[in-house]
Write a protein that binds this ligand. Structure first.
Ligand code: ADP
Ligand code: MG
Length: 393
């Protein structure tokens, strides 16, 4: 590829209508092929609208089977119904790959229950977090739905205490009624749940099966309409992508990524139609993405540090701040931090291997020189890097 690409030609692209739609968690057209799971969950969750707590619901299925999207969609629907019927409802969502201990999960829950209050991420021990949480659910009379997503990370890292606590919470007659959904990418997670908690979380299980080629083709077809211009992507291309991904475990996220990658390559070629050949090329490209390979090869603490920076990418980071945020991240991952000196040397190293760009600039408000950190990643890569880090730390 040696033809020059200009911004102008990219903006006039003949491919994308709305690229964001490829990655939308809840597309306006809704989720396809999940009626069975949806019906089961509606039946289980409906009592919340009658002011009654539901038993613990356990949702599991491979990555990319629509678990998070469907729970989010139902949370919104519950919210809408609750408003219509004047029921106090509050859904709070925690991703346990980001918060892996009972303390950090409780603090995350608290900061959502009480968004106006600042909770110290560092310095609270478990007893304090439990005390505050109990106080909070006694303050208001609400029907609280707690969603613990990717709960497998918390279970592996710090056991099932949080689940046990939540499974017993309504026995104490708090003013609020607490319902809990746990979501896991991994069925083996049951091995990490002790029998005393199994009895609560083992009863209602909703299983998200992998998509087959036809399901994936329908999902892709729907997204193609939302995100690409007409006639860019033929049905043959859709079917090829669907077949590849069905053979690999039926992951809709991967299928959508492959579609996006096809579109990008086609655009770079200056063409306006995705060909069958491009599918193979795009697939190979995704497999050997060099930034992601570098990220994958980092050590645990380097990964925690890189994730810290990705999380804070919107604000200007100043040398010392990076370390402070890193300490906080270690807490979330239940890990002893390294020294500030080590972290500084990692930063130099990241710049050398091209993971970050760091420029020295002037911070007006503080009237001093700062080192500003930026990334070489586009939005899709950014998300992937974040996911890869969370999965492997
Ligand atoms: N049945 C479906 N219909 C349409 N899009 C889907 C469906 N299942 C998954 N997706 C899309 O695939 C991506 C991954 O779904 P997600 O809910 O995050 O999966 P999981 O939580 O099971 O890993 C999201 O962008 C989502 O919108
Ligand atoms: Mg998910």
């Amino acid at each position: 590829m040696s033809e020059e690409i200009s911004f102008e030609s990219v903006l006039k692209n003949p491919i994308y209508k709305n690229r964001e739609m490829i990655y939308a968690l809840n597309p306006p057209t809704g989720l396809l092929h999940r009626t069975e799971q949806k019906n089961e969950l509606v039946m289980e969750l409906a009592p919340i609208l009658m002011n009654s707590a539901v038993s613990c619901v356990f949702v599991y299925g491979n990555p990319g089977t629509g678990k998070t999207s469907l729970i989010m969609e139902l949370g919104e629907k519950l919210n809408g119904e609750a408003k219509k019927n004047e029921i106090n409802f509050n859904k709070i969502y925690v991703n346990c790959s980001e918060n892996r201990t009972e303390t950090t999960i409780l603090i995350d829950l608290l900061s959502q229950l009480n968004p106006n209050k600042e909770y110290p991420r560092l310095g609270w021990n478990r007893a304090k977090a439990i005390e505050e949480f109990t106080k909070e659910i006694n303050k208001k009379e609400e029907n609280i739905l707690i969603v613990l997503d990717e709960v497998d990370y918390a279970l592996k890292e710090s056991g099932d205490d949080i689940l046990y606590r939540l499974s017993r919470i309504n026995e104490q007659n708090h003013k609020s009624k607490v319902s809990t959904i746990i979501i896991s990418n991994n069925l083996k997670v049951a091995d990490y749940i002790k029998p005393r908690t199994q009895s609560a979380f083992g009863r209602v299980k909703v299983i998200f099966t992998p998509y087959n080629a036809e399901d994936l083709a329908d999902i892709l077809r729907d997204r193609v309409k939302l995100s690409l211009k007409p006639n860019v992507c033929s049905d043959a291309v859709i079917e090829k992508i669907a077949e590849i991904e069905a053979g690999r475990g039926g992951d809709a996220r991967r299928a959508l990524e492959l579609l996006d990658s096809c579109a990008k390559i086609t655009m770079a070629k200056g063409s306006s139609k995705i060909t069958l050949d491009v599918v193979g090329e795009a697939d190979a490209n995704l497999e050997n993405n060099s930034v992601l390979n570098t990220v994958a090869s980092l050590t645990k603490h380097q990964k925690i540090l890189y994730l810290t920076m990705l999380k804070n990418s919107k604000k200007v980071m100043i040398g010392g701040d990076v370390f402070k945020e890193y300490l906080e991240m270690c807490k979330q991952y239940n890990t002893e931090p390294l020294t500030e000196r080590m972290i500084r040397s990692f930063l130099v190293n990241f710049t050398e291997v091209g993971l970050i760009k760091s420029e020295v600039g002037w911070l007006q408000t503080a009237n001093k020189k700062i080192r500003k950190i930026t990334f070489n990643l586009d939005k899709a890569q950014f998300k992937k890097a974040e996911k890869l880090l969370r999965d492997t730390i």
